[in-house]
Design a protein around this ligand. Structure first.
Ligand SMILES: C[S@@+](CC[C@H](N)C(=O)[O-])C[C@H]1O[C@@H](n2cnc3c(N)ncnc32)[C@H](O)[C@@H]1O
Length: 223
């Protein structure tokens, strides 16, 4: 995610191209690749989002191969996942079937959610691509969240968006940002979220040399 849009260097374009392949024709390899690039920590990092879930009606955006979806349903929450990639959904459906999971999975894009206003208590997105910072996605997430309650309440929870490391070798990999380098991206998201009626707080989580903050965007009362 980048506040301004300078031309990307070739290696960044190659990286984005490769990730798109992984969401489509190589979806069958997604779990293995994500395990590898996170040194076995992917599921642990994405599960950090679950500590910040509020209420029982949970929507997961871009649920990929359905691992977190299965986990949320196992915890007794009423869970729905949306995923635009048919290849990812195929893998996720297989996983849900094998687990005998009660979670539902729909073909949908986070820019236009096929749900009623106020239908969910928490919307979750883990390791989302750039789509998550789009104004229309933040507006849709805010729309499908229930009206805010006194104290803590309905929220969008994002994990794995701004992963930083203070290990200089890990920082060479394009999926890790050097420590302290995501402050601008955080501020950019904070402003966009505010426009959508969501207030961002950053919950820090450190795992060895890697920081995986969880971004909690709570729905505010309309002025
Ligand atoms: C890096 S994967 C993350 C998958 C999973 N959440 C995880 O933690 O492993 C990003 C996912 O977002 C999905 N995606 C991309 N654009 C999207 C959009 N506009 N709306 C919803 N999901 C989207 C991709 O198809 C892909 O499955």
């Amino acid at each position: 995610m980048c506040p301004s849009k300078p031309a990307l260097p070739w290696w960044a374009r190659l990286y984005l191209w490769a990730t798109e392949r992984l969401y489509h024709e190589f979806a069958w390899a997604y779990d293995a690749v994500s395990w590898l690039v996170s040194l076995g920590r992917w599921h642990r990092w994405r599960s950090l989002a679950l500590d910040h879930v509020w209420g029982e009606r949970v929507l997961e955006l871009g649920c990929g191969t359905g691992a977190l979806l299965t986990e949320t349903a196992r915890r007794g929450w009423r869970t729905v996942g949306v995923e635009p990639s048919p290849e990812m959904r195929r893998v996720a459906h297989r996983r849900l079937r094998r687990a005998g999971s009660a979670a539902s999975l729909l073909a949908a894009d986070a820019r236009a959610l096929p749900f009623a206003t106020g239908a969910f208590d928490t919307v979750v997105a883990t390791f989302p691509s750039d789509y998550i910072a789009r104004p229309e996605v933040l507006a849709e997430a805010a729309r499908v969240l229930a009206p805010p309650a006194a104290g803590s309440g309905p929220r969008l929870v994002i994990a794995g968006l701004l992963v930083e490391t203070d290990n200089r070798w890990l920082a060479l990999l394009p999926w890790f940002a050097p420590a302290g380098s995501t402050v601008r991206a955080q501020e950019f998201l904070r402003e966009r979220a505010r426009d959508a009626g969501l207030v961002l707080t950053v919950q820090p989580h450190r795992d060895g040399p890697v920081q995986v903050p969880v971004l909690v965007l709570e729905k505010q009362h309309a002025e």
